[in-house]
Design a protein around this ligand. Structure first.
Ligand code: PAF
Length: 275
């Protein structure tokens, strides 16, 4: 069933809670792919009732052209969600009515990596996610590890605000050639699509080098070279970080993650990998 207003969804949530049902939430911006559907599947396995939100959140876009061209396919998305109990598709004014001025900011974590290249992105993301948590009263929310930094920020926010929701991180789904599934992949031309898996290969080489004891800078140089050779126009970042705080890795042995964002054919791709 489709819900377009907060009040309608809230009334449904009250009824489900009265039945003692557990509620799962999968927040999305639509343009669904198998990665999203794997989160939905997990939610259906673990919760009595499942809500999927589809909302291209304008406040997390720091670039008007990116917001404009973000893929949208509501009818197709809704058809793919036939097994969920509620698809929440609010309008922008429903989520941000006149007079809306509040903002959720998760300090530190939001400033690094993606945050340094997309100012305000994580404030917009955290604000809308907090609203979705409060509207849905979900017991569990499902997020993809593809957006690793987002996942860490959401976990931190839930902890800092003593929210009772449980956050489940779900592994990144990849195409057969290693490219992480993403709604933005649709924008890649044929030639760029063939070269795009180099992002995954570059991260793998960096992770291998760190594991075999290479200095961080030496390991990163290997990855940077692969991206350049594969025709990536520019690299926003390629780094090895402590997995939770996302501070640059000082020593091996800690729980580490390689994170990358780079441009190919005018499309910004991001990905990450455990070391
Ligand atoms: O990951 C996304 O698609 C978005 O950042 C989210 C979590 C749906 C918030 O708009």
């Amino acid at each position: 069933m489709i819900f377009r207003t907060i009040s309608d969804l809230q009334a449904q949530v009250v009824a489900w809670k009265a039945e003692g049902a557990t509620i799962g939430l999968t927040p999305t911006m639509g343009a669904l792919h198998d990665g999203h559907l794997s989160l939905v599947k997990r939610a259906c396995e673990q919760c009595d009732r499942v809500i999927v939100s589809i909302f291209v959140n304008p406040t997390q876009f720091n670039n008007a052209a990116d917001l404009e061209t973000y893929p949208r396919s509501e009818n197709r998305d809704v058809a793919l969600l036939d097994r969920v109990d509620a698809v929440f598709v609010p309008s922008i004014t429903e989520m941000y009515p006149e007079g809306f001025v509040s903002n959720v900011r998760v300090g530190g974590l939001s400033e690094r990596l993606e945050g340094a290249h997309r100012p305000g992105h994580f404030d917009g993301m955290a604000t809308v996610v907090m609203k979705l948590f409060n509207i849905s009263k979900a017991d569990i929310a499902f997020f993809g590890e593809k957006d690793w930094q987002q996942l860490q920020i959401v976990r931190r926010m839930v902890k800092d605000f003593n929210h009772s929701i449980r956050i489940e991180g779900c592994v990144t789904l990849r195409e057969a050639d290693g490219l992480a599934m993403s709604s933005r992949n649709r924008r890649l031309g044929e030639n760029a699509r063939r070269r795009a898996p180099a992002l995954y290969s570059a991260m793998q080489k960096v992770a291998d080098a760190v594991r075999s004891g290479a200095e961080r800078d030496v390991a990163l140089d290997v990855g940077i070279q692969i991206l350049r050779d594969s025709g990536f126009e520019s690299i926003d970042y390629l780094d090895v970080c402590e997995a939770t705080t996302l501070t640059p890795a000082e020593k091996s042995g800690a729980s580490l993650r390689v994170l990358a964002a780079a441009w190919l054919d005018g499309v910004r791709l991001i990905d990450n990998l455990v070391v």
